[in-house]
Design a protein around this ligand. Structure first.
Ligand code: FAD
Ligand code: GLY
Length: 387
């Protein structure tokens, strides 16, 4: 496997494809340890899914059956978030607004309650800190919730950050550590010869030499040439439509992150209320549809009726990098010196700290942190025929 430890004294050269929170986080950690890092993005840094996200750090309440290793990874990253945010603030002056009010998963009807309880039973088995609270207690915490309410799951450790500020802070931190971020420089190909990577070829033909290449191109990761199609990360775009309303920052309608049937609502400090998100298999379609927005607005209005008075601030579409099993792909690729850090799907903001730390360690020391061990691309290899 790739290890850069022998080269770090003579400045290991690392080229990173993609300047989202994943690529930038890795760039920061590597450059801070002395690697010579260049990041290439086909557009503006931080303008992919990292711009589109809601910023929830929902390791507990989004835990689904069959995702135990992913839950463990999410919890590990969640634990790293306070120090990560504090470090970014002291290095860059950017407050990524890590808010700690927690999350409520609201049941409006008895049916919702039954479904949520079923889910909660599994989450409790994993030891997650979640508890059911009554309708009266839910309303005490969020007085603007709908008149008809069955109760909620209270998740005291699922917080949020402003993902757009996060991308800005990561870029500043990476650059302050010496990384160079090249915008509007699409990568066409990963240069591989003799079983190892030698760098990149940009779309304009420029060759960039590097000892290590990190593929962190989000939903676009599968489209970059150089690696045989069957060895590329199985990542596809999962379209999400989202919108933001404007609350009075001095009197916001809600203060927690709220999940409700068909929608989530995320209040920001500046008064923006993020309402998301659709989950659509529509390739790279960027259309905002009446149906998508209607569904979100209706579900949000059923949950917090007073939103009907709010002005619309923004509407947008993003593409989650979804892998075949919805978990990220973290670790060595099919050539020496090639590392995959992609497929973060619904959780890339949550997983940014652990990904940055673990991939930097892998590149510099050749060591695989236990938390990322289950997430290698080899898990998708076809089973070998019995001999
Ligand atoms: P991106 O941010 O997409 O960055 C990839 C970069 O690669 C892009 O900037 C792109 O321009 C660049 N690129 C592509 N092709 C090339 C090329 N050929 N050459 C050079 N550069 C290239 N996660 C959470 O944890 N919490 C949430 O609440 C949350 N909400 C979400 C809501 C929505 C609607 C969406 C869409 C996503 C959400 N996510 C959330 C998921 C999260 O946004 C992603 O998992 C995360 O941003 C992935 O980061 P990334 O850096 O891998 O990808
Ligand atoms: N994690 C929220 C989303 O992907 O919509």
């Amino acid at each position: 496997m790739t290890t850069g430890s022998a080269r770090i004294g003579s400045s290991l050269k690392v080229a990173i494809i993609g300047a989202g929170v994943i690529g930038l986080g890795i760039a920061w950690r590597l450059a801070a340890k002395g690697a010579k890092v260049e990041v290439f993005d086909r557009g503006a840094a931080g303008s992919g899914a990292s711009y589109a996200a809601a910023g929830m750090l929902a390791a507990c309440c989004e835990a689904e059956p069959g995702e135990d290793a992913l839950v463990a990874l999410g919890r590990e990253s969640q634990a790293r978030w306070p120090a990560f945010a504090a470090e970014l603030r002291s290095l860059t002056g950017v407050d990524v607004e890590l808010r700690d009010e927690g999350t409520l998963v609201v049941a409006l009807t008895a049916d919702d309650q039954a479904r949520i309880h079923h889910h909660l039973a599994h989450q409790k088995k994993l030891g997650l800190p979640l508890e059911w609270i009554s309708a009266a207690e839910t309303r005490r915490r969020e007085p603007h919730l709908a008149g008809k309410l069955a109760g909620a799951v209270w998740s005291p450790q699922d917080h949020q950050v402003d993902n757009r500020k996060l991308a800005t802070a990561l870029r500043l931190a990476a650059e302050a550590a010496g990384a160079v971020v090249h915008e509007h420089k699409p990568v066409a190909e990963i240069a591989i010869a003799g079983g190892r990577t030698h760098g990149l070829v940009l779309a304009d033909g420029t060759k960039v030499s590097a000892d290590v290449v990190v593929l962190a191109a989000g939903a676009w990761s599968r489209g970059i040439a150089g690696v045989a199609t069957e060895q590329r990360p199985p990542v596809r775009p999962i379209k999400g439509q989202m919108l933001a309303l404007k609350m009075d920052p001095a009197a916001p309608l809600i203060s927690h992150v709220i999940w409700a049937p068909g929608v989530y609502l995320v209040p920001r400090r500046d008064g923006r209320l993020i309402i998301g998100a659709t989950v659509e298999e529509k390739a790279f379609d960027t259309t905002l549809t009446a149906g998508g927005l209607l569904t979100l607005l209706e579900a949000a209005w059923r949950t917090v009726p007073a939103i009907e008075e709010l002005a619309i601030d923004e509407m947008w579409v993003g593409h989650r990098p979804g892998s075949r099993d919805d978990a990220p792909i973290l670790g060595p690729g099919p050539a020496q010196g090639l590392i995959y850090a992609t497929g973060h799907h619904r959780n890339g903001i949550l997983l940014a700290p652990v990904t940055a730390d673990a991939i930097a360690k892998l590149v510099l020391e050749g060591a695989t942190e236990p938390a990322i061990r289950p997430f290698g691309i080899d898990r998708f290899a076809p089973p070998r025929a019995a001999e």
